[in-house]
Design a protein around this ligand. Sequence first.
Ligand SMILES: [Zn+2]
Length: 344
Amino acid sequence: MTDNPEWRPCPCAQPADESPVAWRPRLVFAARDYVTGDAFTVVECPQCGLVRTQPRLSAAALAKYYPKSYHGAAGARRFPSVVEWLQNCLYAGRAARVERAAGGRPGHVLDVGCGRGHLLRAFQRRGWQVAGTEIDRHTAELVRAETGADVRPGLLEAFAGADGGFDAVVLWHVLEHLHDPAQVLRDCARLLRPDGTLFVGVPDVRSWEARIGGNKWFHLDVPRHVTHFSRPVLRDLLGRAGFAVLAESSVAPEYDLFSFVQTMLNRLGLRHNILYNALRSGAARLFPMDATDWLQVLVSVLLAMPLSALFLPWMLATVILRCGATVAIIATKTSRLPGGGQTG
Ligand SMILES: [Zn+2]
């Protein structure tokens, strides 16, 4: 693995540590992109436990793995309207939770990787001043035009110079798309005012669903997901970046049932994520579907019924034992500075 020219040490490695065998990553499994069929490996850092997709692709190479349909066409829905309605209810609840953690009144929020701006709108409806970043320039312009919010193309660097200017920063299913999550969290800390609130959500690569799914897990999504987190690793990264965890949850209803069903269908040998692709509206499909694929969709729908019935006891167990497929954490910036590494 370390012989691969595109292999890089884990971001946790210090410059002096870069070559020793002790840093050789442990192979978790090989995995393919379900859109292109390209092969990748998923490896774990023996030092910090961060799981990563290899080889590490440049931003330009990675951009090719985001089809134009990934965010959906302008003005069009990605999913059926009932799903989008459910999403809006859930985002409203999340904005309310962040507001409670941030002192119970509206403030200034930055949504990093805001996508189509669902969460941003939920904050706006509560009276927040909202800002966002989105890596896809066209989507950023679209959301800016639709909401009037200060949405800039790019990542955190788009708000360089706004240090201490935000009451809350949101990283909702974004961190797994980024190569150096430790640096991103340090940058978030810098953008937040003292005692500011961070809201972060990621898939949990050590969850039961991930263990059953293996390289067929719905949330694995290589190579678009370049880092993969477990709860202890995420909590550790947050602590090192100067955050204290206030609350942790593993319920994300818009994902949970579906990712369980789709993961099981993938494991049963159906085409990877075929139901997910079928449910996306025509312009947002990630791969074209032929007649055989639609037959598989029919089989998937039939199997989805018993799988959904299985999901209820499964969900209760994962909620009680806190091992759901995704994790959401609300953290607060502590006045205590992390030991070193606070430079940008
Ligand atoms: Zn590491």
